[in-house]
Design a binder for this molecule. Structure first.
Ligand code: ADP
Ligand code: 5GP
Length: 201
């Protein structure tokens, strides 16, 4: 499950809410060259790496996708996603719009969700509330202009008004997606095998 939004759109809090709501979901930790913010934990929020380390990961093909956002590099280690899938859980990736499209191209089965705040005023309040300096708010709003242009490429759009509702809506999308016939053909096949082998009723 890939969640994107303009900066301040709610990716981080919606992800936390999803992980708390439902044990099916697990966060696939990504790596970044940006400095750690107060309270962030290496290996939990991000793998904080140097530009050299990031370059090496990229060259060695260890990143599923990567992007430069607001002057820093970000990338999804293949290992992070595989580790979650191997546990039979749903990897939740909160990445920028370019990364979301790269993942969808590689894995058409990935489900992409775009979050939008109810309006611009709310977005600005949330960015300020998160402690972003006015110049950072301006950069993020400018980036948002190009990000929303590609919103139509996402599978789903969720308006992030009340947080609890947003989290439940994203979980509901996962519920529906897991019921798609194409994701459950093994069950149809198993039933077909039972039918073939039946001896009377
Ligand atoms: P992103 O990860 O997309 O940049 P965040 O998850 O950091 O966005 O959200 C930006 C700020 O807005 C945070 O301070 C967060 O707590 C707040 N926020 C996000 N969604 C909501 C919501 N539905 N209601 C109230 N505050 C929210
Ligand atoms: P922040 O620095 O605010 O944590 O993140 C900045 C942007 O980078 C956000 O849109 C975030 O979702 C995105 N991001 C985080 N990790 C990755 C990643 O691995 N790949 C891509 N493409 N974007 C990422």
């Amino acid at each position: 499950m890939v969640i994107s939004a303009p900066s301040g759109g709610g990716k981080t809090v919606v992800r936390s809410g999803l992980l708390k709501l439902d044990k099916r979901f697990a966060f696939s930790v990504t790596c970044t060259t940006r400095p750690r913010r107060p309270g962030e934990i290496d290996g939990k929020d991000y793998y904080f790496v140097t530009a050299e380390q990031f370059g090496r990961l990229r060259k060695e093909g260890k990143l599923l996708e990567w992007a430069k956002v607001h002057g820093n590099y970000y990338g999804t280690p293949v290992k992070s996603v595989l580790a979650v899938l191997e546990k039979g859980r749903i990897p939740v990736m909160t990445i920028d719009v370019k990364g979301a499209h790269s993942v969808k191209k590689l894995f058409p089965g990935a489900v992409t969700v775009f979050l939008l705040p109810p309006d611009l005023k709310t977005l600005v309040q949330r960015l300020r509330g998160r402690g972003e300096k006015p110049e950072n708010v301006a950069v993020r709003l400018e980036t948002a202009r190009s990000e929303i242009k590609v919103a139509s490429r996402f599978d789903y759009l969720v308006i992030n008004d009340k947080l609890g509702e947003t989290v439940r809506e994203v979980a509901a999308i996962a519920d529906l997606e897991t019921r798609k016939t194409g994701r459950n053909l093994d069950k149809v096949k198993a039933f077909g095998n039972q039918l073939s082998k039946r001896k009377g009723f």
